[in-house]
Design a protein around this ligand. Structure first.
Ligand code: F6P
Length: 549
């Protein structure tokens, strides 16, 4: 079981508070000036990936204190408990074993004393066989044509993971086209299906529970759309498969259980891209690439288990996040990939991070007295530079940011990639060093500005700098690097949850809205007495009037 230590009551916490007061007075420029080897000392490498932590507003002593905090909070023991299949998701009585899904070692992993290795292998084989059939064209639709389009219907973890990875690995796409439908807004399924041919479309209904309103609604609409072609009920088996933990519900929906790909309750929804939820990836990228993706994550799992604090990339990422959130006053973290294909990466970790660590009750059932999970946001660079970077450079918020990029590009046209990379480096440099008043004045003077103009305009052109960033670089965007990178972020989130003394693998906070939506739906469709607060009642009445209910 996980320790239940209030981190704010540890010895390290108090020391970190006073250390932070000291560090708030420092400038990153000075830290580099004091130590010419700062980059060498603070960079970490794993396979192709380089993590440069040196542009963070932190020093060796702060990191030592964070290491002590980790040890007082039982981080190592917590990691061990997760990896060995203990039921650390105590509020749901479940183990947390997404790492087992990408375990390529001989190590046997037990849940309730039973090995899960064989079950995992079986499903991987099933995914391989199925994706081979679809890709080769040996799987035929009801009219004898091959499958061209795959529509994954899911939401949250059953959508964001495969969608993000499919987009990120565009250069690895084969001739199939994968589409992802999540929103219950009919626009999503209608706009997706309007150009597709039912004879050549395969639906993957992806839902851990197979009860999620949005997914079931979209799945039923997809079935109706399919049956509006010349297809009959008997043809459904050739065009609908399911990925779920809930066999009964899959059968109830009318999907042949032989077309079902299972996963297990010890796989959290937002950690399920490694399971059969990745079926669209096996099809759209080819199984070999899907396996490479799993292997990349596995290598990061080994690294997590084996490296000591100082060399452990997820631990360093987690420590920095805690430092900023709990001691330096950060409320959010930006993730900015300089890779257009990674445009859903920040959205993916919005769920990963905010659904995991957006909690205010600790493992003792008490309200926490310190900040937990930050707000995660981000968009690709360079686009962000022309949108929200102004606030990052000169706003009043303190926003640590991760910049992610690759030395080489799959796209060799022109000099796009070097321009992209030079912007990446320029932004992290500018955020760090800023521009002093003296520099601005000298620059304006050299350009012939009058004294009066300089006095008036110079203050607006000053950048304080001292905005921290972590730069993450890889060789070239590929399945292994992406797998390792995602796993590093996953572990960062888990480690932070361990320190914050919260349960990172439940998500009770999403239930209330779902339950209330079920009480509102009949009020909108059938009418009747509205027993709601005045605002909700007024809004329901507005909709009813406009819709003539
Ligand atoms: O509502 C939140 C949530 O339960 C997520 O945790 C999950 O990823 C998503 O809904 C989808 O759930 P399911 O896969 O059961 O349809």
């Amino acid at each position: 079981m996980l320790k239940r230590i209030d981190p704010s009551q540890t010895k390290a916490w108090t020391q970190l508070e006073s250390k932070a007061r000291e560090m708030r007075e420092k400038h990153l420029k000075d830290l580099f000036a004091e130590d010419p080897n700062r980059f060498e000392k603070m960079k970490r490498e794993h396979k192709d990936l380089l993590f440069d932590f040196s542009k963070n507003l932190i020093d060796a002593e702060s990191l030592e204190l964070l290491e002590e905090l980790f040890s007082e909070c039982g981080v190592k023991e917590g990691i061990q408990a997760m990896l060995s299949g203990e039921k650390i998701n105590e509020t749901e009585g479940r183990a947390v074993l997404h790492t087992a899904l990408r375990n390529f070692s001989d190590e046997e992993i037990l849940v309730d004393g039973q090995s899960v290795n064989e079950d995992i292998e079986k499903v991987l084989e099933q995914m391989q066989d199925f994706s081979d059939l679809i890709i080769s064209g040996n799987w035929k639709g009801y009219s004898g044509k091959t499958i061209k389009h795959i529509v994954n219907i899911g939401i949250g973890g059953s959508d964001l993971g495969p969608l993000m990875v499919y987009e990120a690995l565009k250069p690895y796409h084969n001739h199939l086209r994968c589409h992802y439908v999540s929103n219950v807004d009919g626009a999503h399924i209608n706009e997706t299906l309007k150009d597709l041919d039912p004879e050549q479309t395969l639906f993957i209904i992806a839902s851990k529970t197979f009860t999620t309103q949005e997914t079931m609604t979209n799945a039923r609409s997809a079935r109706e759309w399919f049956l509006r072609s010349n297809a009959s009920e008997n043809d459904i088996a050739k065009h609908f498969v399911a990925v779920s933990t809930n066999r009964e519900k899959v059968i109830d929906f009318g999907i042949d259980p032989t077309n079902m790909f299972v996963f297990w309750d010890w796989v959290g929804g937002r950690y399920s891209v490694w399971s059969a939820i990745g079926l669209s990836l096996a099809c759209g990228l080819g199984y070999k690439n899907f396996e490479k993706f799993l292997r990349g994550a596995h290598s990061m799992d080994r690294h997590l288990a084996e490296a000591d604090f100082k060399n452990n990339i997820p631990m360093q990422m987690a420590a920095l996040g805690i430092w900023y959130v709990n001691f330096m006053g950060a409320e959010s973290e930006a993730i900015i990939p300089y890779d257009q294909n990674m445009h859903r990466f920040a959205a993916y970790f919005q769920q990963g991070n905010m659904e995991s660590n957006g909690k205010y009750i600790d493992r003792n059932g008490q309200k926490v007295s310190y900040a937990t999970g930050p707000i995660i946001w981000g968009e690709p660079g360079t686009n962000g530079q022309h949108a929200f970077f102004q606030l990052m450079h000169q706003g009043t918020r303190f926003i640590p940011a991760d910049f992610i990029g690759f030395a080489e590009s799959h796209y060799t046209m022109g000099d796009h990639h070097l321009k992209l990379l030079s912007n990446f480096l320029a932004q992290t440099e500018a955020l760090m060093i800023g521009k002093t008043k003296e520099e601005v004045e000298a620059e304006m003077k050299a350009k012939g500005s009058s004294e009066e103009e300089i006095a008036k305009i110079a203050p607006y052109r000053v950048f304080e700098g001292n905005r921290p960033t972590t730069s993450i670089l890889g060789q070239k965007s590929d399945p292994e690097s992406l797998g390792a990178l995602i796993a590093a972020y996953e572990h960062k989130i888990f480690i932070q949850g361990l320190v914050w003394n919260i349960y990172s693998f439940d998500q009770w906070g999403v239930e209330l809205g779902k339950a209330l939506a079920n009480t509102i739906l009949p009020l909108l469709s059938e009418g009747g007495e509205i027993d709601k607060d005045a605002s909700t009642k007024g809004l329901i009445t507005y909709i009813r009037n406009r819709r003539g209910i």
